[in-house]
Ligand binder design. Structure first.
Ligand code: SF4
Ligand code: SF4
Length: 465
């Protein structure tokens, strides 16, 4: 194993790629099996836009053969971060870790810095996403602004023109805030009707909490129907996935510590509770879950948290994965007992339901078949497969903002597949994907009126019948 060299001759400070475990940088064996799965390589056909090409750049930087440059940082930004290459790779390359480290190295060196970018990053990542009370306060104000009559008036009197252009451009694309938020919909401690078979805790998320709190409520309902006691700590923080995916690993570590602490929590009914007493910690957001499963790696250098973080990783489960695997018992019975279709209804008369896989759920967490199998059990729908379901829809965190052109191409490809599937309902398990598909379907002549939901919402409807 060769030892890493400084990035720039004469610069004694190693960058993050040079201080990371070098065996990860060495994993790629250049076979190219990942190339056909990569959306950016598919678009340009250029080696540097492929997983293999990017890993070669990362290794060159780690070896000190290539300086950290703006071009390097832009290449890492162009990567969708979909992790399809991880699924395809026979060598088990840990691309997610390489990408996060590369982006963090670029941020640390200020390679893409500009005054406006720094302000938006500070406002979004450092101020808003680290303070759940502030996020909710701002969300309440946005909910008022989003009411059609108020929004129309604000535009009519010119008040919206006072906002910076970037915010004005983003405003119509923002997710609809949907109060009440999770704390008002879910009690801190909820018990199933029958004797509990497990005790789990629910992560309510940040964007999920303010825009899709009803998905959190639905998840609790399905878990209760599955015989679980559900503990939901109050006022949860962002898990840090947004920070990690955008090169702010220090804040990502801070958010991971806070999240672990929040699950060492007290309630009158539950008593003192540590996540060590939980059978599972449940995430229902594909992107967050993919990050949440790696707290052990993120905090391995922190003696106060390393052990708890490793324990946390073992408990972290995706909602669909947990319900399906525990489904030999309660959920199957509940779903089977939900209202059967009318005997006269032929499969063709039932609403067509399809599933679009969140990249970070299928490629990051390897939860592939469980959501599909659960959806197929729903008696009131005809399940139809979606071509290229595991191909990114273009949402990819903030990709629609950082790479709008490529994001639109990915979305167009997704819409073409959806038009072939002709669904009445699309189920997808990540807030970013739900939002992206809702906006796109609304504007599409063939898909307008299609309902876009989280699988947990459909399961909850089934168990409530
Ligand atoms: S994460 Fe996606 S876009 Fe990036 S290299 Fe891998 S396959 Fe390509
Ligand atoms: S499949 Fe894996 S080993 Fe092969 S080129 Fe891609 S990243 Fe490297």
């Amino acid at each position: 194993m060769s030892s890493p060299q400084p990035a720039t001759p004469g610069d004694p400070t190693p960058n993050l790629l040079q201080t990371m475990d070098y065996s990860i940088v060495q994993q790629c064996m250049h076979c190219g099996l990942c190339l056909p799965t990569c959306p950016t390589y598919n678009e340009t056909g250029r080696e540097r836009n492929s997983p293999r090409g990017r890993i070669a750049l990362m290794r060159a930087v780690a070896d000190g053969d290539l300086p950290l440059s703006r071009g390097f940082a832009e290449e890492m930004d162009y990567c969708v971060g979909c992790l399809a290459c991880q699924t395809a790779c026979p060598a088990g390359v840990e691309y997610a870790q390489l990408l996060e480290t590369s982006r963090a190295a670029g941020e640390q060196a200020g390679l893409l810095a500009s005054p406006s970018r720094s302000v938006y990053r500070w406002l979004g990542l450092r101020l808003l996403m680290t303070r759940p009370w502030l996020l909710r306060l701002v969300a309440r104000l946005v909910a008022i602004q989003q009411q059609p009559a108020i929004r129309k008036t604000l535009y009519r009197i010119g008040a919206m023109w006072l906002a910076p252009k970037t915010l004005r451009d983003l405003e119509p694309l923002a997710p609809l805030i949907d109060p009440p938020f999770s704390d008002a919909r879910i009690k801190p401690f909820e018990s199933p009707r029958s004797k509990p078979v497990a005790r789990v805790a629910l992560l309510t998320g940040c964007v999920q909490d303010i825009a899709y709190a009803r998905v959190n409520r639905a998840t609790v309902d399905v878990l209760l129907a599955s015989g679980c006691e559900v503990v939901t700590p109050r006022m949860q923080s962002c898990c840090g996935s947004l920070h990690a995916h955008n090169g702010d690993l220090d804040t990502a570590r801070e958010m991971a510590r806070r999240t672990i602490d929040q699950f060492d929590w007290q309630s009158e009914q539950a008593g003192p509770l540590s996540f060590a007493q939980l059978d599972a910690v449940i995430s229902n957001a594909g992107g967050c879950g993919s990050h949440l499963r790696h707290y052990g790696e993120l905090l391995k250098g922190d003696p106060a948290y390393a052990e708890r973080a490793a324990e946390w990783d073992k408990k972290l489960r995706d909602a669909q994965e947990y319900v399906y695997e525990a489904g030999g018992w309660q959920p199957a019975a509940c779903l089977a007992s939900s209202a059967p279709p009318s005997p006269a209804a032929s499969p063709a008369a039932k609403p067509r339901l399809t599933y679009d896989a969140s990249c970070h759920l299928c490629h990051g967490q390897k939860v592939v078949n469980q959501p599909v199998e659960l959806l197929k059990r729903l008696p009131g729908y005809q399940f139809v497969p979606l071509g290229e379901s595991d191909w990114c829809c273009g949402a990819a965190g903030v990709y629609t903002m950082t790479q709008p052109e490529q994001a639109q191409k990915l979305l167009d490809r997704k819409l073409a597949n959806l038009r072939i599937a002709k669904p009445d309902v699309i189920a997808t398990a990540n807030p970013g994907c739900m939002h992206q598909l809702r906006l796109a379907c609304r504007e599409d002549a063939e898909l307008a009126g299609v309902r876009v939901v989280h699988p947990m919402e459909l399961l909850a409807e089934a168990v409530s019948n």
